[in-house]
Design a protein around this ligand. Structure first.
Ligand code: 8YV
Length: 312
């Protein structure tokens, strides 16, 4: 078989199947399986998931490769420099997952600050003694400042959500510029990182993982946050120094942590499992039927365009 398209998954919906009808040499084989490995030298397009890191060695083995498609907006698992050197474009899935990911960030925000996991566990345990004035008190949100790292589409969509709760969004992005960010119903200040950290009761991560953002939130940065601040991560695990966050959660400096992503996922540092005031999700940011189908369509249109562009 000579696959022009080598995918590790059928994806969600019909789009990849339809692409396979247009370009019949489609092979779906699990990542790094013998079938995937032996098809690699023949592949003109690779389709991978965000959990499947492609190395420079893979790229060297894929002599006919014309394009890499990733079923994600994040591209930190791809050898970006090597792709650029070889002129191999990357097709990803921006925009279509913006609202779903911002929704999940909002779900984490409410789950952590209103202690939903603890409340649910109490009811399920069968030991709920009934309503009490001081039972599972959480943090009120209206009037608080919400620091948002990343002023891209997802960060701005999250700003719209917290604004509707009466919070004040405050942005930082990689350019670190001052000025303002328009997020739809409002405009928010863009602040230097230290200033943002000092003012944020809630800190939500929405920037890509790059060399510049790896461990952006280290112990020193986390210590700038006011006592009791809550951190939400629906971006990438490596941006938050998990060791430092765990220690500062334990010490009470952090009031809570909501995670959808982890540095070594799917492995989760076992200390998170027993950590207080945390909500832990299994990378669900884009996990709605509509979004995953839209991601499939966008990715396949992008691949077809690349094939068209390179005349194949
Ligand atoms: C996530 C993602 O679900 O596409 C990506 O790269 O990781 C998103 O779909 C989200 O960022 C994590 O909550």
């Amino acid at each position: 078989m000579s696959p022009r398209i080598l995918s590790t998954s059928p994806l969600v919906g019909q789009a990849l199947g339809e692409l396979g009808e247009a370009f019949p040499d489609l092979l779906i084989a699990p990542f790094r399986s013998p079938a995937w490995q032996s098809a690699l030298p023949l592949a003109e397009a690779l389709v991978v998931l965000l959990s499947e890191p492609i190395t420079e060695t893979d790229l060297a083995a894929a002599g006919r490769l014309r394009v890499i498609g990733t079923y994600s907006v994040g591209i930190n698992h791809l050898p970006l420099q090597a792709c650029a050197d070889r002129g191999i474009p990357i097709v990803n899935t921006p925009d279509v997952l913006t609202e779903a990911t911002a929704d999940l960030s909002l779900a984490l925000l409410l789950a952590v600050t209103r202690r939903l996991s603890e409340g649910e566990a109490l009811v399920r345990s069968g030991t709920w003694p009934g309503w009490a004035p001081d039972q599972l008190l959480g943090m009120g949100l209206a009037g608080r400042t919400c620091g948002i790292l990343g002023a891209g589409a997802i960060g701005r969509a999250f700003a719209r959500r917290v604004w509707s709760l009466g919070m004040k969004p405050l942005f930082w992005d990689r350019e670190g510029r001052g000025g303002h960010v328009e997020f739809g119903p409002g405009t928010a200040e863009r602040a230097p990182l230290n200033s943002l950290l000092r003012r944020s009761s809630i800190l939500s991560l929405h920037c890509p993982l790059t060399a510049a953002t790896r461990h952006l939130l280290d112990r020193d940065a986390l210590l700038e946050l006011p006592t009791g601040a809550v951190i939400l991560n629906t971006a990438r695990g490596g941006i938050l120094d998990e060791n430092a966050a765990l220690a500062l959660l334990e010490s009470g400096h952090l009031g809570g942590v909501g995670l959808d992503v982890y540095a070594g996922e799917p492995a989760v540092d076992p200390r998170w499992i027993t950590a207080p005031r945390t909500v832990l999700l299994p990378h669900l940011g884009s996990a709605t039927v509509e979004t995953r189908e839209a991601m499939s369509r966008l990715l396949c249109v992008g691949l077809a365009q690349e094939f068209g562009r390179t005349g194949r």
